[in-house]
Design a protein. Structure first.
Length: 390
């Protein structure tokens, strides 16, 4: 096996990961171990109605429930969470839910650590994060974003109609992540599909982006293999614990692969477009993933051929280029097989392509893409995403 010679790099994982079916039972001891006596449980109404917040609260003495998280958390929500934390005299947080709950908690933690009022001040590239956030335990109830271990929070700015990143430093990472696949049992197929494809996209983009390195490569390939093995089963049988466990680890690996750096064009497109229309981030990322990989494959055929093998594609006798194209076809197939909605169904129209291409090109994650692209390239990728695999 050949190893690419690289510049000096680093891998930082500040989060302890406690994992496996039933891991939620360790929550109380983990929170107390961080010195937290008045935790704020950050979650959303759906998690509460599903009974999962109650399960967490069974292990959290003296907790305050903040259940106002909404999809695609915005600047205002982060400030609300920060104010609630202070008003209730909390000294730590538990984020229970999908990426929205975890991103809300991480971003609120940044404000609390710095005595700040608006998370806009800490948009990546503005003020640096210089202090560790208050004790945070993340507990995912979906298998997708990997936000339980990422060093980022993604926040929506409605005024600019964009999403922006906060973080890129271990100072924003959770102190402990509790990955309990049992919490994802019974998750609806549409959410399972969208979040699962998001996990796959993290692994694919982090494996092919300009910032890839051997340590994160290992997470990526393992995550892709798990998605290929278990995503369709998890969508078809929501009670299959083995499938849920595989996807929980795939999502976690994708989050670990993200590191302090970037992904690529698919996330540049979905992150920027997600500020235009309210829609599931995972579904949006999935719908553009195939066209982005089709565009990128010629720039890194060896890596895309390896992705094809991880996806279970038979590549014996194929050239690297042929194997890479076969892998892209499998991504298209999987997108349809798990029922990802079209861009039109998510509220987008082809008339918006010039605008969507422009804001995607301005997203920082464009920089990490393995093949250079300009606004016109993004327009072409969007046209492919709208037309489907015709």
């Amino acid at each position: 096996m050949s190893v690419e010679v690289e510049q000096v790099r680093s891998v930082e994982v500040p989060t302890r990961i406690v994992h496996g079916p039933g891991a939620i039972g360790e929550l109380g001891a983990l929170v107390r171990g961080l010195g937290t006596r008045r935790p704020m449980l950050v979650t959303d109404p759906g998690v509460v109605s599903a009974g999962l917040a109650e399960r967490a609260l069974e292990h959290l003495e003296g907790a305050f429930l903040f259940d106002r998280v909404r999809a695609n958390p915005d600047v205002e929500l982060v400030s609300e969470a920060r104010e609630a934390f202070q008003e209730e005299g909390c000294d730590g947080m538990v984020a229970l839910g999908g990426g929205s709950s975890m991103d809300t908690a991480k971003a609120a933690g940044v404000l609390l650590a710095h005595g700040a009022d608006s998370i806009l001040d800490y948009e990546y590239g503005r003020k640096p994060i210089t202090r560790r956030i208050p004790p945070l335990v993340t507990v995912p109830t979906t298998a997708g974003t990997g936000s339980e271990v990422t060093l980022w929070a993604v926040i929506t700015d409605h005024e600019r109609k964009i999403k922006f990143n906060v973080g890129g430093t271990p100072l924003i990472g959770a102190h402990v992540a509790v990955v309990d696949p049992e919490l994802t049992l019974g998750l609806p197929p549409a959410i399972t599909a969208a979040t699962g494809m998001d996990a796959l996209s993290h692994c694919i983009e982090c494996y092919t982006c300009d910032y890839h390195q051997p340590f994160t490569d290992a997470f990526c390939i393992a995550g892709i293999e798990l998605c290929a093995r278990w995503l369709e089963t998890a969508c078809q049988d929501g009670k299959n614990l083995e499938a849920r466990t595989g996807m929980a680890y795939a999502a976690n690996f994708g989050g670990l692969a993200y590191g302090t750096e970037s992904a690529g064009a698919a996330h540049a497109m979905s992150q920027s477009a997600g500020g235009v229309h309210e829609c599931p981030h995972g579904a949006l990322t999935a719908r553009v993933l195939g066209p982005v990989c089709e565009y990128n494959a010629e720039a890194a055929p060896g890596r895309y051929a390896r992705i094809a093998r991880a996806l279970g594609v038979k590549t014996d006798g194929l050239t690297e280029e042929e194997a890479a194209r076969a892998g892209v076809e499998e991504i298209y197939r999987l997108t349809e097989a798990v029922g990802i909605p079209t861009l039109q169904q998510m509220g987008f129209s082809e008339d918006e392509i010039p605008m969507l291409a422009k804001i995607a090109h301005e997203d920082p994650q464009t920089i990490g893409n393995p093949r250079e692209l300009d606004v016109s390239d993004y327009e072409e990728i969007y046209r492919r995403a709208f037309s489907g695999r015709e």
